[in-house]
Write a protein that binds this ligand. Structure first.
Ligand SMILES: NC(=O)C1=CN([C@@H]2O[C@H](COP(=O)(O)OP(=O)(O)OC[C@H]3O[C@@H](n4cnc5c(N)ncnc54)[C@H](OP(=O)(O)O)[C@@H]3O)[C@@H](O)[C@H]2O)C=CC1
Ligand SMILES: CC(=O)N[C@@H](CCC(=O)OP(=O)(O)O)C(=O)O
Length: 346
């Protein structure tokens, strides 16, 4: 059995890791951490875990964690993760980091969007953990940078088009909507009921959201050229889910039939990407609680524009499910272990 630690277990992605790992045949959770709730049982914080995971939350002490675990999930805010990840690696452990701290290859870009990086020497070896892009590198990694939720939905939505040079890379617009759990569990005015309920707003408008460089980094690699996009995130009054609607102009004459066939072929062997049939488009309700990314595509022939719609659960394929998929690859488990569950509907 593989002993794993969840650092930041009192947050939403930490809880989702525990929920999914509960069904994993090869993993034991040996340590869970929280600063504010250290000393309490995690099932006191999250009653869904009663009788299934009653571990006592510990404060973040790298030596204590590395003594108990072979692989560590860091489910901490960015900037907090990079303070401890080097300690885990130095102790010979593998790390799947759910924060943004190791996703950007260029420390100057990280510094421009976040703050100066504390250990830029680790960035070259960190693998951006989107299995559909670089499965073989992930298998060899000791540090996986789990992608952001919005980037996962946009990159998977555009991969077949970019690899095949089918879109003008100067025309890409990604319009994404997220449920509120994407903002985490810590108290913030923007997440209050009256701020979110019965309303729908854009934020980070005009290229101001920190996922823009992450998306552009990966799209540029797929295209083999520098890609600049317009990315606008929105907050919607639901708990979970991301729906991204992505627009781009084709570089040549294409048909919807050709596009649908391309997506079906690109993703035919992917266990967690479901390309949809012609005329079908995804909904967050049909991926809720699952590790699937559903993708629909069409040509809007009137406007000569390709429209892609992708849907994920931000806490599963957008965070903890993908982190477990990466753990499975690093550790030699079946890639789908612990992740076979279908969506919860209705
Ligand atoms: N929510 C989502 O949909 C997604 C989140 N992510 C990323 O995953 C990471 C975790 O997100 P999420 O679970 O939503 O966040 P939460 O705010 O829900 O949880 C954060 C966790 O980190 C702990 N923590 C906070 N600050 C510190 C610190 N300075 N030192 C040690 N522990 C600390 C908290 O513990 P406590 O407060 O109990 O002390 C809590 O357990 C973030 O980097 C986030 O951006 C990535 C993709 C999607
Ligand atoms: C709704 C909401 O607030 N979403 C978060 C993104 C969550 C995520 O993926 O963040 P990381 O890059 O930190 O992992 C945001 O816009 O900041």
């Amino acid at each position: 059995m593989l002993n794993v630690a969840i650092v930041g277990a009192s947050g939403y992605t930490g809880l989702e890791l525990i929920r999914l790992l509960d069904r994993h045949p090869g993993v034991v959770i040996s340590c869970v951490t929280s600063e504010q709730s250290a000393g309490k049982r995690i099932s006191e914080i999250f009653p869904t875990l009663r009788g299934r995971c009653d571990l006592i939350l510990e404060p973040l002490d790298p030596a204590a964690i590395t003594a108990k675990a072979d692989l560590i999930f860091t489910a901490l805010p960015h900037q907090a993760a990079m303070k401890v990840v080097p300690d885990f690696l130095a102790a010979g452990k593998k790390v799947v980091d759910l924060s943004a701290d190791y996703r950007l290859h260029d420390p100057a870009v990280y510094g421009a969007w976040y703050e100066p990086h504390l250990n830029p020497e680790l960035l070259p070896e960190a693998i951006f953990g989107l299995p559909e892009l670089r499965r073989e590198s992930i298998k060899q990694a000791r540090l996986v940078a789990n992608p952001g939720c919005y980037p996962t939905s946009v990159i998977l939505g555009l991969k077949p088009l970019l690899e095949n040079g089918l879109i003008d890379i100067t025309t890409i617009i990604a319009d994404s909507k997220s449920g509120t759990s994407g903002a985490g569990r810590s108290a913030k005015v923007d997440s209050l009921y009256c701020e979110v309920n019965d309303s729908f707003k854009a934020y980070g408008v005009g290229g101001a959201h920190r996922h823009t460089p992450e998306i552009e980094q990966e799209l540029s690699e797929l295209a083999g050229k520098l890609v600049t996009i317009t990315f606008t995130p929105h907050l919607v009054p639901m708990d979970r889910g991301i729906l991204s609607t992505i627009y781009a102009t084709p570089t040549r004459t294409v048909t919807t039939d050709e596009l649908v066939a391309l997506y079906a072929d690109t993703y035919k062997d992917e266990p967690f990407v479901r390309p949809l049939a012609k005329g079908q488009f995804p909904a967050t309700a049909f991926v809720r609680g699952s590790n699937f990314c559903d993708i629909g595509i069409t040509l809007d022939s009137r406007a000569n524009r390709i429209v892609v719609v992708s849907a994920i659960d931000n806490l599963v394929k957008g965070a903890s499910g993908q982190a477990i998929q990466n753990m499975n690859l690093i550790s030699g488990f079946s890639e789908t272990a612990g992740l076979e569950g279908l969506a919860i509907f209705p």
